[in-house]
Design a protein around this ligand. Structure first.
Ligand code: NAD
Length: 489
């Protein structure tokens, strides 16, 4: 029988107020992975109130920053001990390969937790230059209750991008995981519960976006909304947050250019570009889904790229020899199929792939897919497919590459492959995106701020910079003179 998961509110595991539940499906098999309590408006309200109480009073409100850091470290330690279990849980929840959860996503998540644990006691304001008769300083204070709404592609990792800095800064949080992948986050909460986080500091309310997500984004008791997801939903979140004028950070979609110059090391550009698009079966906001290849090397590059793409082993995500797993849901798979049909209809040539992969059982598998003869006006060159589909486009020179690469509403990441150091840095300046990779792709580091420009959003997760999103500045004036008596009365 499938496991049953409740909501985590105020330090307790509880049913949804409505008593409703929903099924979470394992994308690798199509079978039910767990039954989960379906949170709604009333549950969000309970969770936000619990988070408010924990923020205003009780042990968390009084805890020294160093002690907050130590608690976060303890959770990181426990996560490391349970890394294999969490990796498998995540792979069953969203179909990421066990190799990717075990060796990339989970270690990266522990690293994020440790990074912010170390920053908990390094939040500091300034003493300002002031005349002798005045003291003027700033305090960096937590914002209050954070509402975090996260997507399904890296459930625990992206949750941690928000949870760790929010808690390090002294906030409390209500997390709304994606309805496709609530289970790994609920398992993660057991770890936070075990290490002794006070009640109400972290609350998790799984549920649907239109109900639980909307209720969280528009709740009067939430002081800041931290969102990662699609650009479409980002707009709705921003609208919901205007009701009480709360600050919002939005990490949204991408249609990221990956530019290969003729002077690049061909083999490493091919290998890096394969990772850039097919890692996590293309369900990566940072993926290099528009591949620009210089005319002079186009045929040679594409031959090798296609040959290797066809060799990628699609299969069961729990099998360590698989190289690409399933898409997250049947619905998402159908959306990828619609994009591939649109590409063919608009005149692009399907070089390889473009069909479901049938050899791996009942899950939602697709083949690594390449489109050539793509032009910038096609939907497959402009819209985020979020699957293993790359659109290859030719370019002539640096100026042409830059113009084509920047011809998008998005601006999340970009990649440049070149052995010309000056060209690499020139391109880095010219590309309109939050991250530029030179001779690599889809890299992440806890210390490196990550986020978008244009319609890929605003705000930065990760890095010391993310602490700014979870603190606010208070300015304090102290009069050291004989007193303020402007009116001489
Ligand atoms: P999504 O926008 O459909 O859902 C994201 C979250 O928002 C889910 O928890 C969902 O339940 C919730 N939601 C949906 N509608 C809502 C509403 N009306 N009000 C409040 N909440 C609502 O995105 P997804 O399909 O889960 O994830 C894929 C998208 O996320 C892609 O566009 C991808 O590029 C983006 N993404 C961005 C980053 C980044 O850091 N920039 C990282 C990962 C994924």
């Amino acid at each position: 029988m499938a496991a049953f998961y409740q909501l985590f509110i105020d330090g307790k595991w509880v049913d949804a107020a409505s008593g409703r539940t929903f099924e979470s499906i394992n994308p690798g098999t199509g079978e039910v992975n767990g039954v989960v309590a379906e949170g709604g408006e009333e549950d969000i309200d309970r969770a936000v109130n619990a988070a408010r109480r924990a923020f205003e009073s009780g042990p968390w409100a009084k805890m020294a920053p160093g002690d907050r850091g130590r608690l976060l470290y303890k959770a990181a330690q426990k996560m490391s001990e349970k890394l294999d279990f969490l990796a498998e849980t995540e792979s069953k929840d969203n179909g990421l390969l066990i190799n990717e959860t075990k060796h990339i996503a989970m270690p990266a998540t522990v690293d994020v937790l440790e990074f912010y644990a170390g920053l908990a006691n390094k939040v500091q304001g300034d003493t300002l230059a002031s005349p002798a008769d005045r003291l003027n300083y700033t305090l960096k204070e937590p914002i209050g209750v954070v509402g975090a709404i996260v997507p399904w592609n890296f459930p625990i990792m992206i949750t941690m991008w928000k949870l760790a800095p929010a808690l390090a800064a002294g906030n409390t949080i209500v997390i709304k995981p994606a309805e496709q992948t609530p289970i790994s986050t609920l398992e993660l909460m057991k770890i936070f519960e075990d290490v002794g986080f006070p009640d109400g500091v972290i609350n998790v309310v799984p549920g649907y976006g239109e109900t639980a997500g909307q209720a969280l984004a528009s709740h009067s008791g939430v002081d800041k909304v931290a969102f990662t997801g699609s650009t479409h939903t980002g707009r709705l979140i921003m609208q919901a947050a205007t009701k009480h004028l709360k600050p919002v950070s939005l990490e949204l979609g991408g249609k990221n250019p990956n530019i290969v110059f003729e002077d690049a090391d061909l083999e490493s550009a091919v290998n890096g570009s394969l990772f850039g698009i097919y890692f996590a079966q293309g369900q990566v906001c940072a993926s290099g889904s528009r591949m620009f290849v210089q005319d002079s090397i186009y045929d040679e590059f594409m031959d090798l790229f296609a040959k290797k793409a066809e060799m990628i082993r699609v299969g069961d995500p729990l099998d360590p020899t698989s190289q690409m797993g399933p898409q997250v849901t049947e619905k998402h798979l159908q959306s990828i199929e619609r994009y591939v049909a649109a590409g063919v209809e608009e005149g692009a040539s399907l070089r390889t792939g473009g069909e479901r992969y049938q050899g791996a059982g009942g899950g939602y598998y697709y083949t690594p897919t390449i489109f050539e003869n793509v032009t910038s006006d096609m939907r497959i060159a402009q819209e985020e497919i979020f699957g293993p589909v790359v659109s290859a486009i030719r370019f002539t020179d640096e100026a042409d590459a830059l113009a084509k690469a920047n011809d998008t509403i998005y601006g999340l990441t970009s990649g440049v492959w070149t052995n010309d150091i000056k060209r690499g840095h020139r391109m880095a300046r010219g590309l309109k995106s939050g991250t530029v990779y030179i001779n690599t792709f889809s890299m992440l580091d806890s210390a490196a701020p990550f986020g978008g420009t244009k319609q890929s959003g605003f705000g930065r997760d990760l890095g010391i910079e993310a602490m700014d999103m979870y603190t606010q500045t208070k300015n304090v004036w102290v009069d050291l003179s004989d007193g303020l008596n402007w009116y001489g009365l």
